[in-house]
Design a protein around this ligand. Structure first.
Ligand code: SF4
Length: 186
């Protein structure tokens, strides 16, 4: 697929996501949030799910966590336009609860895996345990594995914290910063 074909395929998926009713999260969302960025991005970023602001706007990582992520990326010379940013579930769970196992599974198979295949990034950054659980089907201790790059089925994944956790604790913010700094060398 060339870049134009990738962009068209992603836009078709985005349209499907905006109208998706495959799991119960469609009942409480305002807007589904398909994700955005470069169709042929070398780096795909996967978060947990939309928050209140994302739900209102239909855009990923536009709240405080997003601004923090942008600042960390800027420190290593990356801007979000050169990446593709999405999340494990595309619709906001009520009250910002953690997505349930069946919601993660359904959204992964319906949308996240096809997005990943279409973009075919060199590296996938998994932000937080929910993204790790969804994509790798594992729930490791983040304190132990953060900063690791693991390979599954020929694809590489960087495991790290969610920016929201970094906003809550300075030591986590420093670990997240150090983990992302690896990107400058990848
Ligand atoms: S979370 Fe995913 S699977 Fe569930 S309704 Fe939204 S887009 Fe569909």
């Amino acid at each position: 697929m060339n870049r134009q074909q990738q962009a068209e395929a992603l836009e078709l998926m985005a349209d499907g996501i905006r109208h998706c009713g495959k799991c119960r999260l469609c009942e409480s969302r305002t807007h589904a949030v398909p994700g955005e960025g470069a169709a042929d991005a070398a780096i795909l970023v996967v978060g947990e799910g939309p928050g209140a602001r994302e739900d209102r706007t239909g855009r990923p990582f536009v709240g405080r966590s997003g601004r923090f992520l942008d600042s960390l990326l800027a420190e290593i010379g990356l801007d979000r336009g050169s990446l593709f940013i999405t999340s494990a579930v595309k619709c906001r769970p009520p009250g910002n609860r953690t997505p349930r196992a069946d919601e993660l599974r359904i959204c992964r198979e319906a949308w996240l895996v096809p997005q990943m295949s279409c973009i075919d990034p060199e590296l996938v950054i998994l932000l937080g345990l929910t993204a790790i659980r969804s994509v790798l089907d594992e729930a490791p201790s983040l304190g132990r594995v953060h900063g690791d790059i693991v390979e599954r089925d020929g694809r590489r994944f960087l495991l790290t914290y969610h920016p929201a956790a970094g906003l809550r604790a300075d030591d986590v913010a420093e670990r997240l910063r150090a983990d992302l700094a690896v990107l400058a060398r990848v």
